[in-house]
Ligand binder design. Structure first.
Ligand SMILES: C[S@@+](CC[C@H](N)C(=O)[O-])C[C@H]1O[C@@H](n2cnc3c(N)ncnc32)[C@H](O)[C@@H]1O
Ligand SMILES: [Zn+2]
Length: 180
């Protein structure tokens, strides 16, 4: 399939100091301003595709038609600059999503969590589930050490081999599991 990647003004893909390619602001954005409305393709959790560049959408607001053949998660494979936005444990943007009542399709957009100056890299919190955690190189003072949702339920699911990277306390039950 041929995909035309739209160019969104105000953002540019660059080599990132944190990981691979990243996205920087080409102009100043004020807190609350929308940075980008993402474009993408939808996949259900049981469909075969590379989810590296996909946003996991909450299913609460979305009708069952978007869950492929009945899975619980929906993936939005990003096809514009948003595809390369890296994670930070202290992000300067947040992702929001909703159903577009006119098109019946989900929409996702990034909002500045604080004022962002031209040249700053854009980050959001991936909050990966524990089983999908990856080492984090965001460099923030409060970096969790792993790209992971800080919810204790998710921390308990982090594979033992990755737990040495974690810089926040593990919930008690995960400690017990590690000891056992
Ligand atoms: C959607 S891609 C982001 C673009 C990526 N930098 C690239 O060049 O392909 C997501 C992947 O980038 C990497 N990544 C993003 N943020 C990171 C971070 N703070 N620390 C380490 N790796 C990160 C992880 O491997 C993650 O699975
Ligand atoms: Zn981090």
């Amino acid at each position: 399939m041929h995909v035309e990647m739209p160019i969104v003004s105000g953002l540019r893909v660059v080599r990132s100091a944190v990981h691979g390619y990243g996205v920087i602001a080409e102009r100043r954005f004020e807190k609350g301003e929308i940075l980008i409305h993402a474009e993408g393709f939808l996949y259900g959790e049981d469909e075969a595709f590379d989810d590296t560049y996909a946003l996991v959408l909450p299913t609460d607001d979305l009708p069952g038609t978007y869950t492929g053949s009945g899975g619980k998660q929906i993936f939005y494979d990003l096809v514009d600059q948003s595809r390369w936005i890296n994670h930070s444990c202290e992000p300067n943007s947040n992702v929001e999503s909703a159903m577009d009542p006119e098109t019946g399709r989900p929409v996702a957009w990034w909002v500045a969590a604080r004022d962002i100056e031209a040249g700053e890299e854009i980050f959001y919190d991936y909050a990966f589930v524990g089983t999908a955690a990856e080492p984090c190189g965001c460099g923030a003072p409060t970096c969790r050490g792993l790209i992971v949702d800080p919810d204790p339920e998710e921390l308990a699911q982090i594979p033992a081999s990755l737990r040495t990277h974690l810089r926040i306390p593990l919930p008690d039950r995960a400690r017990v599991r590690r000891a056992g």
